[in-house]
Design a protein. Structure first.
Ligand SMILES: C[S@@+](CC[C@H](N)C(=O)[O-])C[C@H]1O[C@@H](n2cnc3c(N)ncnc32)[C@H](O)[C@@H]1O
Length: 314
């Protein structure tokens, strides 16, 4: 069996993966390659692999271009966005891969846990604490103010102070054309801030569902809802990329400062389309980026959780 391990960058991680696979089964033909191979193998990688009892000191970093003409049984990518952003990935996948492609998106997994951890801490703090960056989620070392984009909701019908953690960026319900009786879904509902405003618009005959994947946020939102006594507002646990909701259910989907936190935006938009009724619509308030963010910022997990580095590019 022939396996290619592809790195979007220099081939350090793929070399480590190659060496591990060889050590499991030396009958496998495994090659590793990067899109921008370094001149020599990273010293730290050599050291780490040495601790695992594997010597990669004599390996030579290779460019993926040398493997483009070959046919592979499997390709394993070790970078988060290879399937979307790596041209070599597309070229290889379209012509040369016989079997399933295995994509290990370590970074996406990590990003989601950073987001969950961050919003767990935020859910347990007051709006005032979140607004004061020194006492905010990152503590005094944090450079991110998580409430920097927030709007004043106080004048809105349905506003509930305990649900307002100052985490939004805009007020989507103002532009979402929500009518009485509508059924509305709020993506990344947090403590329920936009859901309760939407409830005031849909009234008794409508329905509002908030979805969020952070338990502490759901707990807070449900507690707020119990206090308010709404029978037609519900908070569901789930990931926006794969929602545990049936097709064609909602007239309107809204979201406030959340899609920038979702790694796979295509999946998110496909899910929005799936759950909307035919003729339904969505209204998203979010952070977008014009131009390119510096690489260092793009890869900063704290800036990602602070709604900056995952912003949709215009
Ligand atoms: C910046 S806060 C905004 C909360 C709320 N919309 C508001 O304005 O108060 C982002 C929220 O989205 C949730 N979230 C982020 N990524 C998510 C995902 N992939 N699936 C579900 N919820 C997600 C977080 O748990 C958090 O509660």
């Amino acid at each position: 069996m022939k396996i290619l391990i592809l790195c979007t960058g220099n081939s350090c991680r793929s070399q480590m993966a190659e060496a591990f696979l060889h050590s499991f089964d030396n009958r496998l033909t495994v090659c590793s390659a990067g899109t921008e191979p370094a001149e020599k193998v990273n010293e730290k990688a050599i050291q780490v692999m040495c601790e695992a009892g594997i010597d990669i000191s004599r390996n030579i970093p290779k460019s993926v271009s040398r493997y483009l003409s070959e046919t592979w049984d499997y390709m394993i990518t070790v970078c988060a966005d290879a399937d979307r952003n790596c041209l070599f990935h597309h070229a290889l996948y379209s012509k040369k891969i016989r079997n399933t492609i295995l994509t290990f998106n370590f970074m996406e997994k990590n990003i989601k846990s950073v987001v969950k951890d961050t919003y767990t801490v935020i859910a347990r703090q007051s709006k005032e604490q979140n607004e004061t960056s020194c006492c905010g989620v990152g503590g005094c070392c944090s450079t991110v103010d998580y409430a920097v984009f927030s709007e004043n909701y106080r004048q809105l019908k349905g506003y509930h102070e305990d649900a307002d953690l100052g985490l939004g960026c805009g007020i989507p319900t103002q532009f979402a054309s929500i009518n009485e009786g509508d059924s509305v879904l709020d993506l990344g509902s947090g403590a329920g801030n936009d859901c309760f405003v939407a409830r005031a618009l849909v009234g008794e005959t409508g329905r509002v569902v908030g979805i969020d994947f952070t338990d502490a946020m759901l707990e807070k939102a449900r507690k707020n809802n119990t206090k308010l006594g709404f029978q037609n507002v519900e908070f569901v646990k789930g990931d926006i990329e794969d929602m545990p909701l049936e097709d064609n259910q909602f007239d309107v989907v809204i979201s406030n400062c959340v899609l920038n936190l979702v790694p796979d935006k295509r999946k998110a938009f496909a899910e929005i389309k799936r759950v909307l009724k035919p003729g339904g619509h969505f209204c998203v308030s979010d952070v977008v980026v014009k131009g390119n963010l510096p690489e260092k910022l793009k890869n900063d997990a704290e800036m990602y959780a602070g709604c900056v580095s995952g912003a949709i590019e215009m």
